[in-house]
Design a protein around this ligand. Structure first.
Ligand code: RP5
Length: 182
């Protein structure tokens, strides 16, 4: 389990076996309170064997850290950024404004307004500054989308994605057969 205290500062990718290799995906979020939602996506990255780094970079509490992160992250070899935030969720869009990398925004459902506030804060970016916006709380899909992007350059991730998709199909067929048997 990823604990908040591990991600407040730059996570050295080589420190632990989990973070072996140069990170290809950078995951950031506005607060450690987003970790519960974002950890599902981290698990997907783990399952696919994608090296990643995790940061907390608040757009409002630490704008300078967010900017430094966005400016520096591509230099280390990261290809895709996943950014999650809730409420006034400006983090994904602001990061997109400071990087040339693809940014996938995850609207995190905060305590009120059912996450629609987060979704609206991320989805309506001005022309020229894209931020791919995922469904509310769906960090799983954010990770899968990041892996699909990696798959355009790394055949092994494309193959793992195809296998994953075959697994989804097999699962539905099995459930259907089970239902028909009753
Ligand atoms: C946003 O405000 C964070 O992304 C989080 O979703 C929300 C609440 O943050 P905390 O007050 O729980 O730290 O910046």
């Amino acid at each position: 389990e990823i604990r908040a205290e591990r991600v407040g500062e730059a996570v050295a990718p080589h420190d632990e076996s989990k973070f072996k290799g140069v990170p290809l995906v950078a995951v950031t979020m506005g607060s450690d309170s987003d970790l519960t939602v974002m950890s599902a996506g981290l698990k997907v990255l783990d399952d696919f064997g994608v090296p990643y780094e995790v940061r907390i970079t608040s757009a409002h509490r630490t704008p300078e850290l967010m900017s430094a992160f966005a400016a520096e992250v591509s230099k280390g070899g990261v290809k895709v950024i996943i950014a999650g935030a809730g409420g006034a969720a400006h983090l994904p869009g602001m990061i997109s404004s400071e990087t040339h990398l693809p940014v996938i925004g995850v609207p995190v459902k905060a305590s009120v307004l059912d996450g629609v506030d987060s979704l609206y804060s991320i989805v309506q970016m001005p022309r020229g500054v894209p931020c791919a916006t995922i469904g509310i709380n769906n960090s799983t899909n954010a990770a899968l989308e990041a892996i699909r992007i990696l798959g355009t350059s790394y055949p092994e991730y494309a193959e793992r994605m195809k296998a994953y998709q075959r697994g989804l199909k097999t699962d539905v067929y099995a459930k259907d057969r089970k239902l028909q048997a009753h």
